[in-house]
Write a protein that binds this ligand. Sequence first.
Ligand code: NAI
Length: 343
Amino acid sequence: MLCCIGTNMSSEGAEPIRVVVTGAAGQIAYSLLYQIASGAVFGPNQPVYLHLLDIAPMMGVLEGVVMELADCALPLLAGVLPTAKPEEAFKDVVAAFLVGAMPRKEGMERKDLLAANVRIFKEQGQALDKVARKDVKVLVVGNPANTNALICSKYAPSIPKENFTAMTRLDQNRAQSQLAAKIGVPVQNVKNVIIWGNHSSTQFPDASNAVVTVGGAQKPVPAAINDDAYLKSTFVTTVQKRGAAVIAARKMSSALSAAKAASDHMRDWFLGSGDRWVSMGVVSDGSYGTPRDVVFSFPVTTANGKWKIVQGLTINDFARQMLDATGKELAEEKQEAMDVCKD
Ligand code: NAI
């Protein structure tokens, strides 16, 4: 039996919120838990009670993570509940980071990976439906993130489908960082780069509406870079293949940057994105001619805990082809996932 950290109240006395992280013994969670518990996601005055879900064989490792969280002596950490039971983990949570997923093993076909994960996210959707708060905000990180989020939502019909999102923020952060380096400005000077579609190699990183502040003045990124070929080829492929480049160098997949992106995504959803667009995988309403009812990454703005797709952008021929390709992949993934659910 694992222990929990006792209940502290913050000096401000705000009620703790319950937040779940799945895959809590894994490498993304190892960075993410600190960010949540230190106030980087829900604000510096909001205590959190962390629910940590992993599979039974990982409970020993999870015990070590719980010890380390205690040893961080974080004033905002009101308590920790480590568990292998989804219904315990999801009880009364207001935010869910669904990071845990079946990793791709050697020789495993993409189809088999999808099938294994669809089963996990079906079960987790059912558990959320049963015990989570109806206003829970769900962020799916575990791959295939978009389709996992769709399945999770389908099996949690009592929770609005707007509350299920998939993470493409890491791709957005990568894209923003590439553009800032190319122009030679700090990363925060670039905004409104968009990731469209699937968190996969068909995603479309799009800088055509991005703006940059150079020398105190704002200008469009395409004008600042003045190299259309770069924006349509090297930029796009660098972002699409960045995950593989990190694996090749580190021999492990992106974790620090993935955790930071998950924090960014949830913080902006809870606290608002201000005047910046952010990319989130959300259930498509058919905007921009995309397939309806797949989880498609769009540019959104967030305020008062709700996201809204940025409308009215011009889609040129190149963008149309890219959106269609990633939309087609998502429609196919959805079909495969629904077939698995029938079994
Ligand atoms: P990891 O393998 O280090 O950790 C995954 C953890 O999930 C393990 O502790 C495992 O036991 C646990 N797990 C497996 N099945 C579970 C279940 N049914 N319930 C609860 N926990 C379960 O993997 P890492 O590096 O932390 O990555 C996690 C996922 O995030 C992977 O699917 C990875 O592909 C994905 N990812 C997504 C990104 C995105 O941008 N959307 C970026 C980077 C990674």
